[in-house]
Design a protein around this ligand. Structure first.
Ligand code: C5P
Length: 229
C-alpha cells in the first residue's frame, strides 16, 4: 500500500506522543516527536546562558547559533520503544524533559527563525512519507496535505495530572500545582503566538481522550488509520 503522512497535533501532555509512537510501531512507520526538537533548541539556549532567570530569551544570540545546532533522532532499541533525541550527536532525551526546559520551551518556540528552521527539518524527514509526527502545527503548517490528521485534547487538569504522575515516577520533586501552571502557561503561549499558533486544522479529526485508557486511544487511532488507508 502507499505510505502516507500522519499528523497528530494537540495540547501539551495530551498523550499524543504515546499514541503517535504506538501507531507508528503498529504500522511500521517512522515516529517523529517535533516537540523534542523545540526542546533540544531550548536546551542549547539554556546551556549557553541565553535564558535569563526571569525567562527572557536572548533571541539574537540564539538565532545566530541556529546554523550550529543539529537535531536528529536515534532509532529506538526495540520496535515501539523510545527513540533518543540527539543534539549535535549527544543524546539529550532525558535532559530535554526537565522542568527548566519545559518552562522555557514555549517562548523559544515563538521565535520565527527557530520555527522555520525546524519546520524545514521536519518536512525533510517526511519526504519519503511513512511517518507519524506529533506536535502543534503539523497538520496546519508542516504537512498541510497530510492524508490523516488528528487533533487531541483533554482538560488542563487531566493533562497536568498525567504529566505529574509521569514526572513523579521519574523521581522528580515537582508539585501538581507547578505542573498545572506549566501546562496552562504553555497552552496560552502556544495558542496566542503569531507564527503558526496551535489550532485545529479544518480537516483534522478531534479526539478528546480525557476518559480513555492508553489501550482505548491506541485502538481508536489504529481503527481510524485503517478507515483512511
Ligand atoms: O510536545 P511538547 O509538549 O514536548 O512540546 C514542547 C513545546 O514545544 C510546546 O509547548 C510548544 O511550545 C513547542 N512546540 C511547537 N510546535 C511543535 C511542537 C512543539 O511550538 N510542532
Amino acid at each position: 500500500t502507499n505510505k502516507i503522512i500522519i499528523a497528530i497535533d494537540g495540547f501539551s501532555s495530551s498523550g499524543k506522543s504515546t499514541m503517535a509512537r504506538a501507531l507508528a510501531a503498529a504500522i511500521g512507520y517512522r515516529y517523529i516527536d517535533s516537540g523534542a526538537m523545540y526542546r533540544a533548541v531550548t536546551l542549547w539556549a539554556i546551556r549557553n546562558g541565553m535564558v535569563s532567570d526571569n525567562g527572557t530569551i536572548d533571541t539574537d544570540r540564539l538565532v545566530a547559533d541556529l546554523p550550529k545546532i543539529n537535531i536528529d533522532f536515534a532509532a529506538p532499541d526495540t520496535p515501539g520503544g523510545k527513540q533518543a533525541t540527539l543534539l549535535n550527536g549527544e543524546n539529550v532525551e532525558t535532559e530535554i524533559r526537565h522542568m527548566a526546559v519545559s518552562n522555557a520551551v514555549s517562548p523559544v518556540a515563538t521565535i520565527p527563525q527557530v520555527r522555520s528552521r525546524l519546520v524545514a527539518l521536519q518536512q525533510q524527514m517526511g519526504k519519503e512519507k511513512g511517518i507519524v509526527m506529533d506536535g502543534r502545527d503539523i497538520g496546519t503548517t508542516v504537512f498541510p496535505d497530510a492524508e490523516m490528521k488528528v487533533f487531541v485534547g483533554a482538560s488542563a487538569q487531566t493533562r497536568a495530572q498525567r504529566r505529574f504522575l509521569e514526572l513523579e515516577e521519574k523521581g522528580s520533586a515537582v508539585t501538581y500545582e507547578e505542573v498545572l501552571n506549566n501546562v496552562v502557561q504553555r497552552d496560552h503561549i502556544d495558542q496566542t503566538r503569531t507564527e503558526s499558533p496551535l489550532r485545529q486544522a479544518d480537516d483534522a479529526i478531534v479526539l478528546d481522550n480525557s476518559t480513555m485508557s492508553v489501550e482505548q486511544q491506541d485502538k481508536w487511532l489504529l481503527d481510524l488509520y485503517h478507515k483512511i488507508i
